[in-house]
Design a protein around this ligand. Structure first.
Ligand code: GLY
Length: 372
């Protein structure tokens, strides 16, 4: 591995064959080491076998654990957003104590976004912080939960309400795991990748858009790393989410409210997924962007044509403003001055900290309803 390399090359993985983000040059300040490919994860496990406890769910234990190549002490937590809570954390802490985990033990989180966020949170609290390594298995987790150190669980029905900023020690991005999941699961990841393009890189948006529109099109894995790099650039400027990082929340103000409400009224397996909820949120927030941030009607129309595709698969009606209000009021971006949004100035250009009136939010929900 070379050491004096321009940071952009590090993001592209051109300087280091195996390490996506170079930590050995003076430019890269972010501390989580991000490695690419199953062979790297397998070598890490071989090297640290005696220090690792594996956290998985039923699916990843059956489908992904066998790919790791070694037996590890392990336990599972139930799958799904409905189990992303303090009860599950308590269970994780009990199991870790039973297995005599110490601060030096590595908690290897093998799963999707819920498992990675919650496992990293539990690990960060256990004995005030054990070592945490992430092996995200879904596309959504690879492009989002993999990086940025946001750990946490849902609380009182609000998304990720209890948590810590705590960087994982290493993250392994293994596209090999994606083949263990159905195509529908991939759509969640595409939505998050589209969002990365919309807020910061029109070219990325245009490429992901084609994947999103053509079902079962092959995903070029370098696109995953391009998407992570967009997130990374926001996180390294604003780790604590006080400024530019809030742009990563485009679509999530309405999206999280819709997701939380859906989780409240439905069974775990019937509630709207994160990807679908955020896609709906992006439709509403693109509309708000035309009213407040200068997004052109033409670009809003273009975004709606792309994302609308997802609406046809949603049976539930779009909730009313009154229904969503309790969730919108609890959005973590709010600072007491009203409901805070990140909005698009154009495709590829976003700005944070717009306070939006209740009337306009209502209008945006009506707009989504008309598209449906
Ligand atoms: N998922 C948004 C963020 O990490 O800031």
């Amino acid at each position: 591995m070379t050491s004096e390399i321009h940071p952009l090359l590090c993001f592209k993985g051109n300087c280091c064959q195996e390490i996506l983000l170079c930590f050995h040059c003076s430019y890269c300040t972010f501390e989580t080491i991000l490695k690419q490919g199953l062979p790297n994860l397998q070598s890490f496990i071989k090297e640290h076998q005696d220090e690792i406890i594996l956290l998985a769910d039923k699916h990843t234990l059956e489908e992904c654990y066998p790919l790791l190549g070694e037996e590890l002490p392990h336990f599972i937590v139930p799958y799904g957003e409905g189990y992303k809570n303090l009860n599950s954390c308590e269970y994780i802490w009990k199991k870790l104590a039973e297995l005599n985990a110490t601060r030096q033990t590595i908690l290897l989180c093998l799963g999707g976004g819920v498992l990675c966020d919650m496992g990293a949170f539990a690990g960060a609290c256990y004995q005030r912080g054990m070592r945490v390594v992430l092996a995200p298995t879904s596309l959504l987790a690879m492009v989002d939960a993999s990086t940025g150190g946001k750990t946490g669980v849902n609380f009182l029905g609000f998304k990720n309400y209890i948590g810590l900023f705590a960087k994982a020690e290493e993250t392994f991005i293994c596209p090999e795991f994606l083949d263990t999941l159905p195509y529908e699961e991939r759509v969640n990841g595409y939505v998050e990748m589209l969002k990365h393009g919309l807020i910061a890189d029109k070219k990325h948006y245009d490429i992901v858009k084609m994947l999103f529109l053509k079902e079962n099109e092959k995903l070029n894995t370098s696109l995953i790393f391009d998407s992570i790099a967009i997130k990374q650039k926001h996180v390294e400027q604003d780790f604590k989410d006080e400024g530019i990082r809030k742009r990563l929340n485009f679509g999530h103000t309405i999206g999280h409210a819709i997701e939380s409400h859906s989780l409240h009224i439905n069974d775990e397996n019937e509630s709207l997924s994160h990807g679908v909820s955020v896609a709906i949120g992006m439709l509403g927030e693109s509309y708000l962007s035309t009213k407040l941030a200068g997004l052109s009607e033409a670009e809003n129309h273009e975004i709606s044509l792309v994302i609308q595709r997802i609406l046809s698969k949603v049976d539930d009606p779009i909730p009313s403003l009154d229904t969503l209000m309790p969730y919108l009021l609890k959005d973590k971006k709010n600072d007491g001055e009203g409901i805070n949004f990140s909005l698009l100035r154009s495709i590829g250009d976003c700005k944070q900290d717009y306070t939006v009136s209740v009337d306009l939010i209502k209008e945006s929900l009506d707009y989504i309803r008309k598209l449906k």
